[in-house]
Design a protein around this ligand. Structure first.
Ligand SMILES: [Zn+2]
Length: 607
């Protein structure tokens, strides 16, 4: 089988960025948003009862517009990611953002209209066979409506946001594009790296000396522009805090928890489990340092690959990667395997390694055609195979929801990262099992352990930093020096003061702090990782795992996270037990890594 490394976007909109079908869709979104708004203005619940025909019509239209906007946004994002220099992308993105703001205004209006519907009529409405499947979202909207200000003010906030929070977020990207990292390679050759290149090399270069030399140059590059980044972060957060205050909200954790349909008690139990169990990962880092000939690992070593004598890194062709994923997905779920095959065959994936592409990887669904698209750069490493499996896990999640109403497909980030991490785990485990020598197994286990290290230590540090920053930002503008200090302390705390170097400018270099539509873009990853580990632990014991897993995924936009876990797994997420089952899997991997590397650090110890 030969699969294409480039995607086909023509089934979304034929004809590329200037597609007439895209233009027609944009026009349609604009007019339909307006007519839906009109329908809503004229809607009277009492005269619409008991059949609620008008309401059904407007809610159907609203979902159609939202799906159309997703479809168009995916298309434009896809073209922009695959060709970052394409000048037609930015104006279209801006146009779609404006449409999104208009749609948001209608959606806000609906939320407030629902507040006006008396309880008994609302119950009656939600009991309608056509509306029952989306009753959870309608209830959520009605609750959210209680916190909204008058229409005019909400619309004004939405419009100001385009030049406020959203603008600061976009400004961050422009700033990052100006960051250059000049430094001298260990052999003395001078080189200038872009921020993206330097980030990849800093964390991923095989030569420890190269990484150690790059870290100070990296920090210096961010130091040179730290005031610009501090301004951006302060104003983005400041806009957000003002928005919260206008709505009478004092707790800046309220929105991120709500976005993830998750309770503070669950978050607390996750961080407790992380704090109680991080030592095993610190032991792993100490061993890694010993293998690098150091007493303590530095920041730049934490995610680094290991060069073990005798280990040859397995390289995959794209076709081999596809076959590997399809085979190992199939061991857990034939339906997951079938979806992966469909994604490769129908060219849903852009994976070619060529210049001019954006960094990173993502999956977005195309709700109008029940498809997905995956973006990444495939270089043939086992890590890339795991990334591909991660994004295909997201695509599987979307595919099992495709027949449900749009509102039922609107799952949150924490459960999104569950499906993806699950897909990734299957393949990372298979990779380790397929190792042909202990040396190769060590390098693969090391690669696999970068995930829990990221979750338990790195992302933990980001989460320790972020609320402290917001706390301070509520009182004043936070200076670069204060931001550096907050970050350094958070990293020391998360890593148990165990590293020899840190990255105090992570608050500037990490994009996740600058995302406008979601705040606290950190804990949902940890949730998703631990939740998928728990599911993975169960999958290995269960006979009808596939059905159970799909049933759980189909409810991800239909229940609170706690109810989802209770209904489909029978567990209480506010208690540590379920999370600890996942931690046991990490401990097993670390134990195996320690056993295999022991002869390398204690060469004289008899076996
Ligand atoms: Zn993901």
């Amino acid at each position: 089988m030969t699969y294409s490394l480039t995607w086909d976007l023509d089934t979304l909109f034929p004809g590329g960025i200037h597609s007439p079908a895209l233009q027609a869709k944009i026009t349609w979104i604009k007019t339909t948003t307006a007519t839906t708004g009109d329908l809503l203005d004229r809607w009277d619940v009492t005269s619409d009862a008991p059949a609620f025909q008008q309401f059904k019509k407007l809610i159907t239209q609203l979902q159609k517009v939202a799906a159309g906007l997703d479809q168009a946004s995916l298309f434009v994002t896809a073209i922009g990611s695959a060709d970052i220099a394409n000048p037609a992308v930015a104006p279209l993105t801006n146009q779609l953002q404006t449409l999104d703001t208009q749609l948001q205004a209608v959606s806000d209006k609906l939320k407030k209209v629902l507040v006006q519907v008396p309880d008994d009529q609302f119950t009656q409405l939600c009991a309608q066979p056509q509306l029952k499947p989306i009753a959870f979202t309608l209830t959520e909207m009605r609750d959210a409506g209680k916190e909204l200000l008058d229409d005019k003010t909400e619309a004004l906030i939405g419009q100001l946001n385009l030049d406020g929070k959203a603008a600061w977020s976009a400004h961050y990207d422009s700033l990052v594009a100006t960051v250059n990292v000049p430094f001298h390679r260990p052999d003395g050759t001078p080189v200038t790296l872009s921020a993206g290149q330097a980030d990849n090399t800093l964390l991923g270069h095989a030569d420890a000396q190269y990484r150690a030399d790059l870290l100070p140059a990296w920090e210096q590059a961010w130091t040179d522009k730290e005031q610009l980044f501090a301004d951006t972060l302060n104003h983005l957060a400041g806009f957000r805090l003002t928005e919260y205050r206008a709505h009478g909200v004092r707790d800046f954790m309220r929105a991120p928890l709500k976005d993830n349909r998750m309770s503070a008690a669950t978050l607390k139990s996750i961080w407790r489990v992380v704090a109680d169990n991080k030592q095993v990962l610190l032991n792993y880092l100490d061993r890694k340092a010993a293998l690098l000939g150091k007493r303590h690992a530095g920041w730049q070593d934490v995610e680094a690959p290991l060069t073990i004598p005798g280990a040859k890194q397995r390289q995959f062709s794209f076709d081999q990667a596809a076959a590997f994923i399809i085979q190992h997905y199939g061991e857990f779920s034939p339906k997951m395997a079938a979806l992966a095959k469909k994604a490769f065959t129908n060219r849903w994936i852009e994976a070619e390694d060529r210049p001019g592409k954006a960094p990173g990887g993502w999956m977005e669904s195309a709700p109008e055609t029940n498809e997905s698209r995956i973006f990444m750069t495939f270089t043939g490493s086992p890590n890339d195979v795991a990334t591909l499996a991660h994004e295909l896990g997201h695509a599987f999640h979307s595919s099992v929801l495709a027949d449900l109403p749009y509102f039922r497909q609107n799952y949150a980030m924490n459960v999104a990262e569950t499906a993806s991490t699950f897909g990734e785990l299957i393949v990372a485990d298979a990779n380790v099992r397929a190792a042909t020598s202990p040396a190769e197994k060590i390098t693969l286990l090391n690669a696999k352990l970068t995930n829990p290290v990221a979750m338990f230590l790195n992302i933990r540090a980001r989460f320790l930093f972020e609320p402290r920053f917001y706390q301070l930002r509520q009182q004043k503008l936070v200076t670069p020096a204060e931001l550096n200090e907050l970050m350094l302390n958070a990293q020391k705390e998360a890593f148990g003061h165990d590293l020899s170097t840190y990255s105090p400018h992570l608050w500037a270099s990490k994009l996740h702090f600058y995302i406008d539509d979601l705040s606290f873009y950190n804990f949902p990853y940890v949730f998703g990782y631990l939740f998928s580990l728990g599911i993975y632990a169960r999958a290995q014991q269960s006979d009808n795992f596939e059905d159970q897993y799909i049933a759980l995924l189909r409810d991800t936009a239909n229940l609170s996270t706690e109810d989802l876990a209770q209904k489909h797994l029978g567990v209480d997420l506010t208690q540590p037990d379920f999370w600890l089952a996942g931690v046991d899997l990490i401990k097993k991997d670390v134990a195996e890594f320690m056993r295999l590397t022991d002869p390398l650090v204690h060469p004289t110890t008899p076996a």
